[in-house]
Design a protein around this ligand. Structure first.
Ligand code: FES
Length: 106
């Protein structure tokens, strides 16, 4: 398991366990992280799994692929340079200790 922290919209910090190889959204959704709705089920279509990557202690993540980047640009509320669709982030050991903030305003 890989420990990742999510900061919910109300400021609550939730450290969750994520399974390597799975989309990070699965772990957040299954742990009941507030604000991770994942309407499209992980198809990079809805942006309701949008988070901001605040800390990546083991180095930068691979950049978003075009489908993720397009959805962030056109569907996400308040996209930023650190925006990610958590359904498109694959859990690896490199995510240990990472901190994501759930994006607001859906
Ligand atoms: S679950 Fe829909 S874009 Fe991630």
């Amino acid at each position: 398991m890989v420990k990742v922290t999510f900061i919910e919209e109300n400021g609550t910090k939730r450290e969750i366990d994520a399974v390597p190889g799975d989309p990070l959204m699965y772990a957040a959704r299954d742990a009941g992280v507030e604000g991770i709705i994942a309407e499209c089920g992980g198809s990079a279509m809805c942006a309701t799994c949008h988070c901001y990557l605040l800390e990546a202690p083991n180095g930068p993540l691979p950049k978003p692929q075009p489908a993720e980047a397009d959805t962030l640009e056109f569907m996400a509320n308040e996209p930023r340079a650190v925006s990610r669709l958590t359904c498109q982030v694959t859990v690896t050991e490199a995510l240990e200790g990472a901190v994501f903030q759930v994006a607001t305003g859906r």
